[in-house]
Design a protein around this ligand. Structure first.
Ligand code: BG6
Ligand code: MG
Length: 214
């Protein structure tokens, strides 16, 4: 029986996944490193520094730790510039309706995101008080596919992992949910992931009953 739903943020609640891509593309272009949307798929759910390491696989030289820190910060500044344009209109279709229905049914809801920008994004989209718990990149040591972020969310909610369902757009996030012993609904970019228990293009295609009966 599902008693809690843990939502990833970027690419599930709000379209900030596109801003992450644009920030990395700008950095890669400046550094003369080949980067495209296909490689970007591997960055979903992965921490900032681990994302940079994936981009640097295509670089033709090694970068020092200091250079990497500067590049990660530069990308984050580009990303945060893009976040200035973020409004509640950027919340994906079906999200608000689903959250409302889950709450009405007494199901706990949480955020489980690798992003250190989670608090400012939730504030920009007017959802800083919408969740029973927020577990994010500021509070964890290991990013997805490690289950830490979802296990922390479950412990904040005081719901056993086996009674939680995760909503994810990243293959690394689907993996993390399974590693946590949770059910998983894969949406968007992860919607073809065979390891997920439920799959949909977006939340409009899924009913709360389907989630609760998983
Ligand atoms: C995840 C995104 O939610 O957060 C990743 O899917 C991103 O693309 C990660 O790298 C870390 O985000 P931030 O905001 O801390 O750089
Ligand atoms: Mg995501």
């Amino acid at each position: 029986m599902i008693r809690a739903v843990i939502f990833d943020l970027d690419g599930v609640i709000v379209s900030t996944d596109e801003f992450h891509y644009q920030g990395w593309q700008r950095l890669a272009d400046e550094e003369g490193i080949y980067f495209d949307r296909k490689t970007n798929e591997r960055l979903r759910g992965v921490s900032r520094l681990e994302s940079l390491e994936i981009i640097l696989e295509k670089a033709d030289r090694n970068y020092s730790r200091e250079e990497k820190a500067e590049m990660a910060e530069r990308k984050n500044n580009y990303y945060r510039d893009l976040l200035h344009t973020l409004t509640p209109d950027d919340v994906f279709p079906g999200v608000m309706e689903m959250l409302k229905e889950l709450k009405e049914k007494g199901i706990k809801i949480a955020i489980g995101s690798s992003s250190k920008n989670t608090p400012s994004i939730l504030q920009k989209i007017g959802m800083e008080s919408s969740f029973d718990a927020v577990s994010d990149g500021n509070q964890i040591k290991r990013s997805k596919p490690d289950p830490e972020v979802f296990l922390l969310a479950a412990s904040k909610l005081q719901i056993p992992p086996g009674q939680c369902l995760v909503v994810e757009d990243a293959d690394a996030g689907v993996e993390a949910a399974i590693n946590a012993g949770m059910k998983c609904l894969a949406v968007g970019s992860a919607s073809a992931n065979p390891k997920a228990h439920l799959r949909a293009n977006n939340l409009n295609e899924i009913t709360v009953e389907q989630i609760l009966n998983t």
